[in-house]
Design a protein around this ligand. Structure first.
Ligand code: GDP
Ligand code: MG
Length: 441
């Protein structure tokens, strides 16, 4: 899958200190293959790769992220962009009813979606009316009636002898009915064919002309792979649409359709359908889809948090002090607070891929000991933090009282601090600072 592929590509970058152009090219090549394997359309792949490459090459060296994380971040952001960035909401008509027409191939999930959308709208206080304009298949009207009943939304359908063969007439009359019975949204289900055909397009276009919908939603089965682009283009040219709904995202869709359709048609994906039940429906979130495609879920959250928590200037200062062995307790506290801002350590570690195996160890980690260290340092005066040597017995007593810890804990902290600082001074002497060297143990 795409996510597996990306994960292995990015794992190769993990050990690198900095991205070279050759690294970026090699990575881009892998991502390209991965996207093509996921059925993303070629022109879309080209665009995407170009975007990622340009950004990766121009990227500043980040203090907060390692190269692999940086690439993940860029790939993710480009994915979100290509998926439409912000979620586009339904636009309601100034003068109700708002008319929503569904179009798409047979089996794409229109009728199911009609029910989902109706239920969702009703849940938000709207009073939708479902309209059966698929008069092609013998059972289609009945299917919509069943769906409507489940959703608790009325269905407007032709009666025997009135409009049975006339979907355009039914659609037109449904608007009168909506006004009469004060439905503020009308959802028109239409017929589809297994393949794209002229007659079907014409029928859909005729319905469109009869009811001038506020939204035409193109319903697309996310599992149809490379065909997604052809189908979307045919519907764009034949009927036109203002938004896309992706269905069957619960299947093992590789995400390619989602990536392609938005880019090729320029229309936003608005809703996502992920199961046969009426509840399996949600507004489409580009960021979540990108997550799904990348398959790195929480890792992205982790990267975001790392960036937020990381104050570059502060880190540079600390690095300099580390190099010269001038570390103070003040720096120590700042560093610790930076880590704390990333959230409880257990959560943080839990987000790392593969952290499952070390869960038991994580469970034993004592979050409270960090709290205590922080409390101790907070209880010190600035002078004490800058030069812990001055912390004599009476000062220790004062700090202990102020921060509610035992004097022995303060002794521990101060002793460990001195040891750490001594070690750093030795190392700084040996390697001329931390910049290029790294530790020897
Ligand atoms: P239509 O021909 O476009 O109206 O498509 P239908 O609404 O009749 O759906 C065709 C089939 O796909 C039905 O068996 C639905 O239950 C199923 N279906 C629709 N949406 C989804 C979905 O999001 N996930 C899954 N797994 N099945 C779906
Ligand atoms: Mg149908």
């Amino acid at each position: 899958t795409l996510s597996d592929r990306l994960t292995s590509v990015l794992t190769n970058l993990r050990g690198k200190g900095r991205l070279s152009d050759a690294d970026i090219d090699a990575t881009a090549r892998e991502i390209r293959i991965a996207l093509l394997e996921a059925d993303v359309a070629l022109p879309v792949v080209r665009n995407f790769i170009k975007g990622v490459k340009d950004r990766a090459k121009g990227a500043e060296v980040s203090q907060a992220l390692n190269p692999a994380q940086q690439v993940i971040k860029i790939v993710n952001e480009e994915l979100v962009t290509i998926l439409g960035g912000e979620t586009r909401r339904l636009e309601y008509a100034k003068n109700p009813p708002t008319v929503i027409m569904l179009a798409g191939l047979q089996g794409s999930g229109k009728t199911t979606l009609a029910g989902k959308l109706a239920k969702w709208l009703a849940g938000q206080g709207h009073t939708p009316l479902l309209v059966a304009c698929d008069l092609q298949r013998p059972n289609a009207v009945n299917q919509l009636q069943v769906v409507g009943e489940r959703a608790g939304v009325p269905v407007f359908a032709p009666e025997p002898g009135n409009g049975v063969g006339d979907p355009v007439g039914v659609s037109r009359r449904s608007l009168d009915e909506a006004r009469r019975a004060q439905h503020d949204v009308v959802i028109v289900d239409t017929a589809g064919r297994l393949g794209i055909d002229e007659e079907m397009m014409k029928q859909a276009a005729d319905i469109r002309d009869a009811i001038t919908p506020d939204e035409i939603l193109f319903v697309l089965d996310a599992m149809i792979g490379q065909d997604a682009v052809n189908t979307a283009e045919a519907f764009r040219d034949g009927v036109g649409f203002s938004g896309v709904v992706l269905t069957k995202l619960d299947g093992d869709a590789r995400g390619g359709a989602a990536l392609s359709v938005r880019e090729v048609t320029g229309q936003p994906i608005m809703f996502a359908s992920s199961g046969e039940k009426l509840e399996d429906f949600d507004i489409f979130h580009p960021d979540r889809m990108a997550n799904r495609i990348l398959g790195m879920g929480d890792l992205l959250t982790l990267i975001e948090q790392a960036e937020q928590a990381f104050d570059q200037e502060q880190a540079e200062q600390a690095a300099q002090k580390l190099g010269t062995g001038q570390l103070t307790l003040e720096d120590f506290l700042e560093q610790m607070q930076a880590v704390r801002r990333m959230g409880p350590l257990q959560n943080l570690l839990g987000m790392l891929p593969g952290a499952g195996q070390i869960k038991d160890q994580l469970a034993n980690f004592d979050e409270k000991s960090l709290d205590r260290i922080q409390a101790i340092i907070r209880g010190m005066t600035p002078a004490e933090r800058a030069d812990p040597k001055i912390i004599n017995a009476s000062r220790r007593q004062r700090i202990a009282r102020g921060s509610g810890v035992a004097i022995s804990e303060i002794n521990d902290l101060v002793n460990r601090f001195f040891e750490a600082r001594k070690m750093m001074q030795q190392m700084a002497g040996q390697f001329g600072g931390f910049g290029g060297g790294g530790s020897r143990n």
